[in-house]
Design a protein around this ligand. Sequence first.
Ligand SMILES: *[C@@H]1O[C@H](CO)[C@@H](O)[C@H](O)[C@H]1NC(C)=O
Length: 442
Amino acid sequence: MSLLAPSVSAVVVAVLAGSGAARAATSGSFDILTMNVAGLPAILQSNDVPGDKATNAGTIGSDFAKYGYDVINVQEDFNYHAYIYATDNHTYRTATSGGAAIGSGLNTLANFDWIDFTRIGWDQCSDASGSDCLTPKGFTMMRTKVDSGVYVDMYNIHADAGTETGDETARNSNLQQVADYIDTWSTGNAVIVFGDTNSRYTRTADNIGIFASQNGLTDSWLRLERGGVVPTVESLCDNPSTTNDCETVDKVFYRGNSIVSMDATYFNYESSKFVQADGDILSDHNPISVVFAWTLSSSLRQSDFWGGPHGTWFSDLPTLNSHSKPKASILTFRGGSRLDSVGLTLTDGTTFVHGGTGGTQAQLTLGASEYWTSAILCQGQKSGQTRNFYIKATTSSGNTLAAGTSTSDCATLSAPAGWQIVGFVGQDGDEMDQLAFVFAPQ
Ligand SMILES: *[C@@H]1O[C@H](CO)[C@@H](O)[C@H](O)[C@H]1NC(C)=O
């Protein structure tokens, strides 16, 4: 965590998924950093940063270790990547996608593990100014596990640069692409987008407001430094910036979901922490840190995930959100050599089904005061990919329902005491690739 930021804490120590009824934390906080590390080859681009780029990259890495931000998104992490990782010590780090002309320059260094990491290239680029098409830029997404049952989809982005018409057209397309991806792959989820948008509110053709209008994200700078008022006049930052009032193209947008509320409590241009031995800057961008406070809902929560990162994202949360007292009355699973589908019907007739139509159906009707409280999931390999092979549900009355074929790699995912399983989130195809359970109070 950042030395100057509020301390990062968890109220109760969490236990890992698969260990039965989890006494997980119900609130906490974490900090993030976004930094364009100016790592294009020196021969192509000095980035107006003095000094030796390899030495500077090593200093950036040791500052990452020193300040210990929980999740760091870097952009332009091209040809000096190894120097950053050599001096940094974060536990979880993405493997580089390559130097300039090959990779996207996007990497993440974190104290948290994640699932479902994906790199996506832009549909459009423009060489109207600069050479944005020289290297395949784009964005990344990871479903970051902040705590047991607390997931935030974190996006790192580096949009097209420049202010020629072609640049703004490409950038508008880039931002739209991310917004549409969030609608598909982060439905129902908490989200943070942090990276180099190359946009300002005054570059109106970009439509940087799309993250608010389409995805319901809040800009942490607008909220904490500008009272939520969208600027109509450009305000450039010095580097290092001595104020948080000015606007940079590096931005941090966020939203919570029906499981976890999220609030940005601290915003800062961290430039003064990232300087060379002689006080010179390390990047032509001011790095940004934001602290997020999170709190779990008292009406909906979720388990950790089991299975592999394949298939299409689905979530029952948007439907469950409009139910005041959901309770499962019928469980319906399909399975054979693997788990084909999971489903349940709520007492009001609402039905959730995920997966395919293969396998044999198994069904259990619950009594009026009987709740689905726990499930065992077992995973295995099919065609070199991990998916769920087996489910066994247990109710508060001790009844069970199973489908599929058990393996030696299983997890028990239980609702907290006084809670029950009422729905699903995960990824499916014609079988159940990845699965977690949604909990509601009994
Ligand atoms: C990383 O290094 C810093 C000191 O530079 C230290 O305070 C921190 O505990 C280390 N973190 C890990 C995960 O080893």
